[in-house]
Ligand binder design. Structure first.
Ligand code: GLU
Length: 381
């Protein structure tokens, strides 16, 4: 895709990673953050709608207290509370120079997982954008439960880093473009720090398993890395959004991107265009329950997008209620899809392997032939 077409967009989510917001000594990179603000202000003045997702709170809090590490109960959460207000004061002051109001929004997994909160968040964000305010979003690390492993044993949380959060925000707001700015130039065929033969990839047409394989571990500082960026790219491109991963340390990077300079890796939208509801089912909610399906059901779901009937179920894991989203896995427990169930886990256990016309005999009632109806299934492979 031509650069000028790629950047011809209206609604943009820009995610700024910890490593571009602070210098090597851990202090905030003041001139860089002001340069981002200047770049974003120009976009806003040009009539674009911009939403910022910012990291950096934990790192700034840690620096403020001169801590060597954030290990220990509540330390990271405390650092986030200290750093967040510092971080926000830079955005507030910087955008005020351009007479652009900002709004702070701190989010946890529950704000996405609970459908009515998700919808209410969407309304608020859209209202802020309509009022020409730039929303500045971060994970609410101080109250987020993702660090509390015992509470979440076995649960797949909808996000635990700001890369995924920015993808969920993009999806929720139907953004045209997500820009992930970190300290890497984009995607390479191998880790360039370890492999001198690594080649730069300018454009990705489909975030398939091969591309996902190219993601390596977390980068220092923030929680994300190439892996979470590629997962974010997969989500956004599936609903028709574009994604750019670029190096935020390039001076005036935002200006350069919108001057159509060839930097970063572009991810092209797929033609799939998932509906808002399917996006929410597939990506935006925490998932605990699992339904294991046989090969026939797996094939039918993946290839023909069918409903899940009781006869295809092999096993039911964990508790869930009717209306909750569960993970649909193959017999190797590899997740292939997610879906909103018509029956709760106890009922599903009784229905394992049954014909749909036996449901009434087994449960004493029947509302649906399918355990998950096709409109409520989002394929993940
Ligand atoms: N929310 C974290 C912070 O503000 C960063 C999380 C991330 O980098 O993904 O420090």
């Amino acid at each position: 895709m031509q650069r000028k077409d790629f950047i011809d967009v209206k609604r943009i989510v820009i995610k700024l990673g910890t490593n571009v917001l602070r210098n090597d000594d851990g202090e905030i990179a003041v001139s860089r953050i002001y340069s981002f603000i200047e770049g974003i202000a120009k976009l806003v003045k040009a009539g674009k709608e911009v939403i910022v997702v910012t990291s950096g709170a934990v790192g700034l809090g840690k620096k403020k207290l001169n801590l060597d590490s954030t290990d220990g109960d509540g330390v990271k959460q405390a650092c986030a509370a200290i750093g967040q207000s510092r971080l926000m004061s830079y955005y507030e002051t910087g955008f005020a120079t351009y007479e652009i109001p900002v709004a702070q929004i701190l989010l946890t997994e529950d704000d996405f997982s609970t459908r009515h909160r998700y919808l209410s968040l969407r309304t608020t964000l859209n209202k802020l954008i309509e009022m020409n305010v730039v929303p500045i979003i971060n994970q609410n690390d101080t109250v987020s439960t993702i660090e509390l492993d015992d509470i979440l044993a076995g649960m797949q949380v909808c996000f635990s880093d700001n890369d995924k959060l920015s993808a969920l925000v993009s999806s929720e707001l139907d953004a045209d473009l997500l820009i992930l700015l970190s300290d890497i130039d984009g995607l390479y065929t191998a880790n360039p720090k370890e492999n001198p033969d690594a080649e730069f990839i300018k454009e990705v047409e489909c975030v398939n398993d091969e591309i996902l394989e190219l993601g390596s571990g977390a980068s220092d500082g923030g929680r994300g890395g190439m892996k979470t960026k590629l997962e974010a790219a997969k989500l956004v491109t599936r609903f028709g959004g574009k994604v750019l991963i670029a190096n935020g340390k390039i001076p005036y990077v935002i200006d350069k991107i919108f001057n159509a300079e060839e930097l970063g890796t572009m991810f092209i939208p797929t033609s799939e265009n998932l509906s808002g509801r399917k996006r929410w089912i597939g990506y935006a909610t925490n998932v605990l329950g699992k339904i294991i399906v046989n090969e026939g059901a797996k094939k039918a779901i993946i290839e023909n997008c069918t409903s899940l009937l009781p006869i295809g179920i092999v096993k039911v894991i964990n508790e869930f209620k009717q209306g909750e989203v569960v993970s649909i896995c193959d017999e190797n427990e590899v997740e292939i899809a997610r879906g909103m169930v018509n029956y709760d886990s106890e009922e599903c256990k009784k229905l394992v392997g049954a014909h749909s016309d036996e449901i009434i005999k087994i449960l004493g009632y029947k509302n649906y032939d399918a355990v998950i109806t096709r409109d409520n299934i989002t394929n993940l492979v």
